[in-house]
Design a protein around this ligand. Structure first.
Ligand SMILES: Nc1ncnc2c1ncn2[C@@H]1O[C@H](COP(=O)(O)OP(=O)(O)OP(=O)(O)O)[C@@H](O)[C@H]1O
Ligand SMILES: [Mg+2]
Length: 465
């Protein structure tokens, strides 16, 4: 019961109140009723309603002032007023203060239902808009792009330089490395931020459908085109157009796209009116476009158009320093979402995560942490919380997806291997011996001994002496 919405009726006339309540209950609304403003205030402290249906004789000064205006306690509730013709002046003032609608008495239940549906729809769109704005403002921000590894710092430095320009950007990187996140952050930190960031997934649609998605069509352009459609290019005017998975675009569509990029104008499918657009192009691909060009599957001239600036996001396994940072970021995020009191990652769990190969990159890490946070009973994520990764991968030893290194055919000396391993780990840890020792699972003393034995020296160590 109550699928249609939760409604509170505030009316001192008990007969009208009850009749309305019964009629709405029969239509699957969940209805509560009270007779006065004071009762309404009390019940609103305990429960929430989508709609509040109130008679105007209680306004103003009648006990319902708390419903509307800047100090309203029910900002998430839609207020609809029931008014008799005599009190229309009051209605005007409270409508101005924030009530959503009013209905004149006497009314039929059909009319009331129409108003309710309209109000609920408006509220639905308002919520949707709030959510999308939140997504825009919160999700696509460089602050949310986590990483302090030298590789990611390089990406940041480049993006810093080019975000504010109009230059076309091609973002490359394996699946789940954050290409879409970067594309959105570029747009929302650019002077175009107030205009739209429009996404098109070129892999999801082909040829005619993709073209109609990009350029729009006129009514009757092809069978099934029963209405005019505004394409993504037009929507992105003065904003940015994100062409995701551009490597999957057919050669025919590539040719049309190239023309639009060169001439900055196009026609809708089936139309002859020329439309001018000014959209910044941000593209992404997890495929090697150079290889596609050699295979004749991607146009070289288009490649140069979209690839004025190339941003490559390295896979997670090439920047393992970022893994604990990302994991902690996701722990905080999911702990907040799931209302759990988890805030830390046990060092051993961090090392466990750092050893994994991460073929699905940051998205895979995010999913693993979500699951761990969901299942964890403690205040920190420990190795046991991550054991499902082993089961998922069906591996006995460790969670590495492939061999740790490639053995040269002639073999390799253990001593050389140890030297290389220690040096690489130190580099990855910014030459902080303590961190490198932890990563290698040895004590600080053993680390120090090895460093001396190998004759390793770094300017930072000399400075600290
Ligand atoms: N450096 C990062 N910091 C925080 N979150 C990240 C980072 N990189 C990726 N993510 C998150 O990981 C998920 C995957 O990122 P995104 O969708 O941008 O990847 P993608 O490169 O577009 O992947 P695909 O090629 O599969 O489309 C998203 O939820 C994104 O917010
Ligand atoms: Mg993507």
């Amino acid at each position: 019961m109550g699928q249609a919405g939760r409604i509170l009726i505030v009316d001192h006339q008990s007969r009208i109140r009850r009749e309305t309540a019964e009629a709405l209950k029969a239509l699957d609304f969940q209805v509560d009723e009270v007779a006065s403003g004071d009762e309404a205030r009390e019940i609103l402290k305990k429960s929430s309603y989508q709609v509040l249906l109130a008679e105007t004789s209680l306004l103003p000064g009648g006990g319902l002032e708390f419903l509307v205006g800047p100090n309203a306690i029910t900002s998430s509730t839609v207020v609809i007023l029931m008014a008799s013709a005599a009190s229309m002046d009051d209605v005007a003032s409270v409508m101005r203060a924030g009530a959503a609608d009013f209905i004149q008495r006497p009314y039929g239940i059909d009319e009331l239902c129409l108003r309710l549906e309209k109000a609920l729809k408006v509220r639905f769109y308002e919520n949707e808009l709030t959510y999308l704005r939140h997504e825009r403002d919160v999700i696509y921000r460089f602050e949310n792009f986590i990483g302090e590894s030298p590789a990611i710092k390089k990406v940041f430095a480049l993006l810093n330089k080019v975000s504010s320009s109009n230059a076309s950007i091609l973002i490359s990187g394996e699946t789940g490395t954050g290409k879409e996140l970067v594309a959105g952050a570029v747009h929302y930190s650019s002077p175009r931020a107030a205009k739209s960031f429009i996404k098109v997934n070129c892999a999801a649609l082909h040829d005619n459908l993709l073209e109609s998605e990009l350029f729009g069509h006129e009514k009757g352009a092809y069978t099934g085109a029963s209405r005019q459609r505004i394409g993504r290019f037009e929507q992105a005017d003065r904003g940015s157009l994100f062409l995701d998975e551009i490597g999957d675009m057919s050669l025919g569509t590539q040719a049309k796209l190239l023309r639009v990029l060169q001439e900055k104008e196009f026609e809708r499918l089936g139309g002859d009116k020329t439309i001018k657009v000014d959209a910044r192009i941000i593209s992404a691909s997890n495929k090697d476009l150079g290889k596609l060009i050699r295979e004749g599957k991607f146009r070289e001239d288009l490649y140069y158009r979209i690839n004025v600036i190339n941003v490559h996001i390295p896979p997670l396994r090439e920047r393992r320093e970022d893994i604990p940072l990302l994991a902690e970021f996701f722990i905080r995020k999911f702990a907040a979402d799931l209302k759990k009191n988890i805030s830390r990652l046990h060092p051993e769990a961090a090392r466990f995560l750092q050893r994994h190969h991460w073929p699905g990159n940051v998205r895979e890490l995010q999913n693993c942490i979500e699951r761990a946070v969901l299942m964890s009973e403690k205040e920190e994520i420990v190795v046991e919380d991550l054991m499902f990764m082993r089961d998922l991968l069906g591996e006995e030893e460790g969670v590495e997806g492939e061999a740790l290194f490639k053995l040269p055919p002639q073999g390799i000396k253990l001593e050389d291997m140890e030297n290389a391993l220690i040096t690489e780990t130190l580099k990855a840890c910014n030459w902080v011996q303590k961190d490198a020792a932890e990563m290698l699972g040895i004590s600080k003393r053993v680390m120090n001994y090895k460093v001396k034995q190998l004759g390793l020296a770094h300017p930072r160590w000399l400075k600290n002496r």
